[in-house]
Design a protein around this ligand. Structure first.
Ligand SMILES: Nc1nc2c(ncn2[C@@H]2O[C@H](COP(=O)(O)OP(=O)(O)OP(=O)(O)O)[C@@H](O)[C@H]2O)c(=O)[nH]1
Ligand SMILES: [Mg+2]
Length: 196
């Protein structure tokens, strides 16, 4: 007979995407769910918050169910956002590589919000829109922010061009599995930024 623990362990990995408005969360969630989706013509109508399911095959052949939770910076969603964060296995915190303000807001706002609900969960800092020119000083700021929020990983992606989308998903899933299995991700040990 399955126990409550077994059921908890067989839940899909919960991956929550959060960050400033217009930082590319919904576009990224759609692309993570289906790498072949044509963002420009998919006809998706954004809602408050949304959940997308996907199966991911890891390098070791293991197939993992993932729930990708998109959130919005909307006023109504802000009130409920803690509920969306509950039981997350991994957080993707987004900022546009063209905006040092959005990156700074990760430290000033978003990391505290997620750590308040799931203090030890791994955080992946994701610079979106990497098909565009970066803001000056971004690399230095990224190093500081990643250290301050104890990010487990930093990746730049472009949902428009499909850059690093699968890499991000596999990395997030690995961190989520590790967090769930051991309950102690590698936060605080090292903060490595892979600008792929
Ligand atoms: N050039 C470029 N544009 C992108 C990329 N990802 C998203 N966008 C565009 O950025 C805009 C905002 O993207 P959304 O995905 O709606 O942003 P969001 O974070 O979900 O916004 P809220 O739901 O309002 O918080 C849209 O016009 C997207 O088409 C990208 O990788 N490159
Ligand atoms: Mg959105």
């Amino acid at each position: 007979m399955a126990t409550v623990k077994d059921e908890a362990e067989s839940r899909p990995i919960k991956c929550v995407i959060t960050g400033d408005g217009a930082s590319g969360k919904t576009t990224l969630a759609l692309k993570l769910q289906d790498p072949d989706v044509n963002i420009a013509s998919c006809g998706y109508i954004p809602r408050l918050c949304d959940l997308f399911d996907r199966k991911v095959k890891l390098e070791n052949g293991q197939e993992v169910d993932v729930g990708i939770w998109d959130t919005a910076e909307d006023e109504e969603c802000s009130r409920l956002i803690g509920l969306y964060y509950l039981h997350a296995d991994v957080f993707i915190l987004t900022y546009k590589v063209t905006s040092s303000i959005q990156l700074d807001n990760i430290r000033a706002k978003w990391a505290d919000k997620v750590r308040f609900i799931v203090p030890e969960a791994p955080i992946v800092l994701v610079g979106t829109h990497c098909d565009r020119n970066k803001d000056e000083n971004m690399e230095d700021l990224l190093k500081t922010v990643a250290k301050d929020v104890k990010a487990s990983q930093c990746i730049e992606v472009s949902a428009k061009q499909g850059t690093n989308i699968e890499e991000l998903l596999r990395e997030a899933v690995k961190l989520g599995i590790e967090f769930r299995e051991r309950g102690e991700p590698k936060i605080g040990k090292k903060s490595k930024c892979h600008l792929l």
